[in-house]
Design a protein around this ligand. Structure first.
Ligand code: EPU
Length: 346
């Protein structure tokens, strides 16, 4: 089987921040049978591995000295149906947004709030993508992955994934970094008794502005797409990775003190007693909204989004991120944690 292994591969077109870097080896996987040959290849033995989806959640700080596996596994189908739900499966390499729009066109609602999120189906569970009042964990049924250590297939049910805010077992165990599991496909459970999720203020306001009182799933998708287009830059024209930092989770006492000092800081109490803070607000107040450091900057419409204004390198991005973190820490005592994975650090 042709593994299409490429040496000294350029990665600029494979990451949405458009950072220039290379991988010592790159393999495009469109058939899981290619993996056996790669595991047996002596040139790759003991090399670091990384599994690449749409490249929309990585920072290539430098070149990657190892094997990068670009997942291009496709296919999508309703694999089961019972009285309560449709079970819809998609290959890990499918575009997330295209998959969501396809489910809606088939008449299977449930993923509409997650329209226009960049990246692939296989990457969605790793950081439990979420937006506009919904996280993928709420619609996840199971996934199948190949353990690249022993070559065996393994299934993960929702409980095995230990989902949290922008978190899963794949991150908790470091498997997203060491390339332990290559996700082959993901199955979603889409309940037939569909309920619109419109609690997020932006969505409710957009629907009101459109005079829609009883939205369909398609209406919600259209509203979310419109909001995202207004607030978030299109990576095709202004390279970015979406939110660059996670919204920080702090203890209740810390949140209360911050509220006293900064009553306007948006706070979202969590079920576990912690409080999520709006990182975009903190960054804006620290003076970084629309501000550049060299060829990279924080986006003028959404301060949480780091953009490559043209020609930025991994070092430029690292320098800007560190400067924003330092200013937010100095001003608010809050540590910002990057959402994307850094690769190729010296
Ligand atoms: N805000 C500011 N200034 C800014 C940006 C935001 O003051 O420059 C304030 C807003 O006014 C609002 C609050 O911060 O009160 C939250 O802003 P927004 O609704 O834009 O959402 P977010 O918390 O910044 C999160 C996700 C996004 C997701 C949106 C909508 C994270 C890290 N980000 O952003 O996800 O689309 O909510 O649900 O959780 C992504 O992860 O890549 C991403 C885009």
């Amino acid at each position: 089987m042709n593994t299409s292994l490429q040496a000294a591969a350029a990665l600029r077109a494979l990451n949405t921040l458009a950072l220039p870097a290379s991988a010592t080896w790159l393999a495009r996987i469109d058939d899981v049978r290619q993996l056996a040959a790669l595991r047996a290849d002596p040139r790759l033995a003991g090399r670091p591995r990384f599994i690449l989806g749409g490249g929309s959640n990585i920072v290539l700080a430098g070149d990657f000295d190892g094997l990068m596996l670009q997942v291009a596994l496709t296919g999508r189908a309703c694999v089961a149906e019972d009285t309560d739900a449709w079970y819809v499966r998609a290959g890990a390499g499918e575009s997330w947004h295209d998959f969501v729009q396809w489910t809606l066109a088939q008449g299977w609602p449930g993923l509409e709030n997650l329209s226009l999120i960049p990246g692939t189906v296989g990457a969605a569970p790793i950081q439990n993508i979420g937006a506009y009042g919904l996280e993928v964990a709420e619609r996840f049924h199971s996934l199948r992955a190949i353990d690249l250590v022993d070559g065996q297939e393994r299934s993960f049910a929702a409980s095995d994934c230990r989902f949290g805010y922008r978190d899963s077992v794949f991150k908790q165990e470091g498997w997203h970094r060491d390339g332990r599991f290559l996700i082959v496909d993901v199955t979603f459970r889409l309940p037939k008794r569909w309920q619109p999720v419109t609690r997020y203020a932006d969505v409710a306001n957009e629907l009101a502005a459109r005079d829609i009182a009883a939205p369909t799933a398609r209406d919600i998708a259209d509203a979310v797409i419109a909001i995202r287009r207004r607030k978030l830059p299109d990576p095709a024209t202004l390279p970015n990775t979406g939110s660059f930092f996670q919204n920080p989770l702090v203890d209740g006492a810390v949140a209360a003190a911050l509220h006293t000092a900064h009553p306007a800081l948006p706070q979202y109490p969590q079920a576990d007693g912690r409080v999520k803070l709006a990182a975009g607000w903190l960054i804006e107040q620290a003076g970084w909204k629309g501000k550049d450091l060299g060829p990279a900057g924080m986006y003028e419409q959404q301060a949480l989004v780091l953009v490559n204004r043209g020609g930025a390198t991994g070092s430029d991005v690292c320098a800007l991120a560190a400067a924003v973190q330092a200013d937010v820490a100095a001003r608010f005592g809050v540590t910002l944690v990057p959402e994307p994975i850094y690769l190729g650090m010296a």
